[in-house]
Design a protein around this ligand. Structure first.
Ligand code: XIL
Length: 331
């Protein structure tokens, strides 16, 4: 009888509870649009203890015209989080994508730092003391480029120190929020990923040596059934180095692209679950890992109805990925 019982023991425990039992926080990206769906909102509040806006805190949304701010979406998500006792992440303050059209090369031509630091101050002070962690800089690393830094308008106008500027501005804007450097590229086992890990470690080491206030590394965690897979040894070693630097680790945008998977849905769902488990077993095994967020909770809002990338299906039913995550938290 006991053996038969074991797996279902966790069946009824929401992910937020299994994560909490392990001293971690589980949550997901969502949007004001999704939260208008009462069934979905109920499933989210049941499963997640922290949320992050999928797009409502991106600069293109927040500052559509110079100095004209629209916090309506971000405020609504912050109010939802507060109303349901959820924590809230901020994402992203400095990125090369989803910026408003006016924030182009010309706008930054005179190197006016307030277009970087002033924005950070304005946005962070609005949510001061209410944010678990901010992705201060997102996707700045590009192995092989000069200084292994992505050629963005920020790099062009302010040089590599735009990253230092951003983190120092963030620290003074909200001393309580964990400041995160967020990126993809360190999860998988291909040679490109080896270079990405090496570039990321060098970037973090030199930034910390310059006393740039980075508190944590955000691993986006976008995986796929096709192409390179997670190499558990390489990932474990990498996270060990990050931990040794005294940094926390967050999985910030986990999902598994099921494109190219088996046409048999059960087999494809199981492959997605296995890929997620292989990744989480390593990430959760590192004591510096404090949070896991999936980039959404349910397949219901994915761009294509046949995509199955998240813990709950389009009918909000728990999938093998949910069980794999539950088992990983409970292992
Ligand atoms: C994506 C959103 O999911 C899309 O809806 C939007 O069109 C583009 O941005 N890395 C990130 C996220 O840091 O903000 C991105 O989110 C996905 C990749």
């Amino acid at each position: 009888m006991a053996t038969a019982l074991r797996p279902s023991l966790f069946e009824d425990v929401p992910l937020r509870a299994s994560a909490a039992a392990r001293g971690m926080v589980y949550g997901c990206a969502t949007s004001t649009f999704q939260l208008r769906d009462a069934d979905f909102a109920a499933a989210l509040v049941r499963e997640a203890a922290i949320i992050v806006p999928e797009y409502e805190m991106k600069r293109g949304v927040i500052e559509p015209a110079p100095g004209r701010y629209d916090f309506s979406g971000a405020d609504a998500l912050a109010a939802f989080a507060r109303g349901h006792g959820l924590q809230l992440r901020g994402h992203p303050l400095v990125w090369h994508k989803r910026n408003p059209d006016w924030l182009d090369d010309d706008a930054l031509a005179d190197g006016d730092e307030s277009l970087l630091t002033g924005y950070i101050e304005t946005v962070m002070s609005r949510y001061r003391g209410r944010i678990h962690s901010w992705d201060v800089v997102n996707e700045a690393i590009a192995p092989g480029e000069p200084g292994d830094l992505r050629r963005t308008v920020w790099l062009k106008r302010f040089g590599p120190s735009y990253i230092d500027l951003a983190f120092h501005a963030a620290r003074s804007a909200d001393p309580k929020a964990l400041l995160v450097y967020n990126d993809w590229g360190c999860e998988l086992g291909a040679p490109d990923n080896d270079r990405f890990r090496a570039a990321t470690l060098a970037f973090l080491e030199s930034a910390l040596a310059r006393r740039v206030p980075i508190d944590a590394l955000g691993l986006q965690g976008h995986l796929g059934l096709q192409g390179p897979q997670v190499d558990q040894r390489k990932l474990r070693d990498f996270l060990g180095h990050v931990q040794t630097m005294g940094l926390r680790i967050l999985v910030t945008e986990h999902d598994v692209d099921d494109s190219g998977g088996s046409p048999d849905i059960a087999a494809r769902d199981q492959a997605v679950a296995d890929a997620s488990r292989r990744f989480l077993d390593v990430a959760l095994d590192n004591r510096a890992t404090i949070a896991v967020l999936t980039w959404g909770l349910s397949d219901r809002y994915l761009d294509r109805p046949d995509w199955r990338r998240l813990p709950l299906d389009a009918n909000l039913k728990r999938k093998p990925m949910w069980r794999a995550m539950s088992a990983a938290f409970s292992a």
